[in-house]
Every structure is written in structure tokens, then in C-alpha cells.
Design a protein around this ligand. Structure first.
Ligand SMILES: NC(=O)c1ccc[n+]([C@@H]2O[C@H](COP(=O)([O-])OP(=O)(O)OC[C@H]3O[C@@H](n4cnc5c(N)ncnc54)[C@H](OP(=O)(O)O)[C@@H]3O)[C@@H](O)[C@H]2O)c1
Length: 169
């Protein structure tokens, strides 16, 4: 039976949601993937505060990113800390160490998308960023796979619940 270890970068609104979903869907994930997913470490800045607020999982918190990036047992890094720096550096280093990435970070994807895709290609890992686009409406997968035969030059629309659209005309 396979067990996949995950390192979580950030435990705010999104990070807690990821943790809750993975915990509450454990059985379903097991049935579908024939294995367990396990959050091994969670990166935050204020470790003491999180240990007090979440005593049941206090041992998971760290303020040292290398505990996730350099852990050979962690296969997937979920980046939900936000901002470009230092998130971008952590993601690049994790990919170089053979870890696949899932990110909800729209700012990082918008600013550094090309560099990230290049690193992903070079490292031979996966980079999933569906949660960072269009309020997690599954549009990226549809564009990449279902519409891969089409030539899409531009999308002009409201594609994020927190974005205000202004016409360019
Ligand atoms: N909130 C949403 O509805 C939503 C929806 C879609 C996408 N997103 C994206 O998801 C990401 C996270 O959003 P959020 O709302 O969950 O943010 P948040 O509530 O501010 O949480 C950020 C988390 O990351 C940690 N963190 C931030 N910088 C860090 C650093 N330099 N080193 C270590 N830990 C650090 C924080 O720890 P400390 O508390 O110790 O600082 C906190 O646990 C962002 O990129 C956001 O754009 C958010």
C-alpha cells in the first residue's frame, strides 16, 4: 500500500482547508488512489502560536522550510503561503529535489509562471496551479487537455471571484 507524504507551506485560510479536506476525505482518497495521503510537516512563521492554537497537530509545525524541501520522504509540496518571495524560492528548491508542487498562489503564478514552468520541465515533476486561477473553477485542465487542439490566443473575462474586470475599450 502506497503512502504519499505532503509538506504544507502555510496554514492560513487555504492551508487549514487543505488539511481539513485531506483528513476528512482520507477513506475516499484511499478507495480512489489505493493509498494514504499524509501531511508530514507544515511551514509557518509563528510556530508557537500555531502549536497553541492546534495542540493536536503541534508536532507538525516548523518554521524551517528546509525540513520540508530537503525531506526525501516528502513527495508533494502544497504551497499556500502566498506572495512571491520566499514562496518562489521554496517551490523552485522543492522541484529541484524532485517534489511535485500544488499551489494556490495567483501572485506567484502571474509573476513567475514562465520560470516555474521551465523548472517543472527541467526537473520532471508536476506543477498544479488550478487553485490559483479563476477561483478554482477547473479551467486550466480543460484548456490544457480538452481544448489542446484549439489555438486559444486570449481569454477576456472575469476569471477570479476577487478580481474586478475593467473593459480595455
Ligand atoms: N483565502 C482565499 O480564499 C484564497 C483563495 C484562492 C487562493 N488563495 C491563495 O492562497 C494563498 C494563501 O492564502 P491564505 O488566505 O490562506 O493566506 P493566509 O491566511 O495569510 O495564510 C498564510 C500562511 O502562510 C504562512 N506564511 C506566510 N509567509 C510565510 C513565510 N515567509 N514563511 C513561513 N510561513 C509563511 C503564514 O504563517 P504565519 O501566520 O506564521 O505568518 C500562514 O500560515 C495565497 O497565495 C492566496 O492568494 C487564497
Amino acid at each position: 500500500m502506497k503512502s504519499v507524504n505532503i509538506g504544507l507551506l502555510g496554514f492560513g485560510t487555504v492551508g487549514r482547508g487543505v488539511y481539513r479536506v485531506l483528513e476528512s476525505h482520507k477513506e475516499k482518497i484511499f478507495r480512489t488512489c489505493h493509498g494514504n495521503v499524509h501531511i508530514k510537516k507544515i511551514l509557518v512563521r509563528n510556530v508557537e502560536r500555531y502549536r497553541n492554537d492546534f495542540p493536536d497537530i503541534s508536532a507538525l509545525f516548523t518554521d524551517d522550510p528546509r525540513e520540508i524541501i530537503d525531506d526525501p520522504e516528502i513527495e508533494i509540496v502544497v504551497e499556500v503561503m502566498g506572495g512571491v518571495k520566499p514562496a518562489f524560492d521554496y517551490v523552485i528548491d522543492a522541484m529541484k529535489n524532485g517534489k511535485s508542487i500544488v499551489t494556490a498562489n495567483k501572485y506567484m503564478i502571474a509573476e513567475c509562471g514562465e520560470k516555474l514552468f521551465e523548472a517543472q520541465e527541467n526537473c520532471g515533476v508536476d506543477l498544479f496551479f488550478e487553485a490559483s486561477v479563476a477561483g478554482a473553477i477547473p479551467i486550466v485542465k480543460a484548456l490544457k487537455e480538452s481544448l489542446s487542439g484549439d489555438e486559444i490566443k486570449e481569454i477576456v473575462a472575469i476569471i477570479n471571484g476577487t478580481t474586478n474586470y475593467t473593459s480595455r475599450e
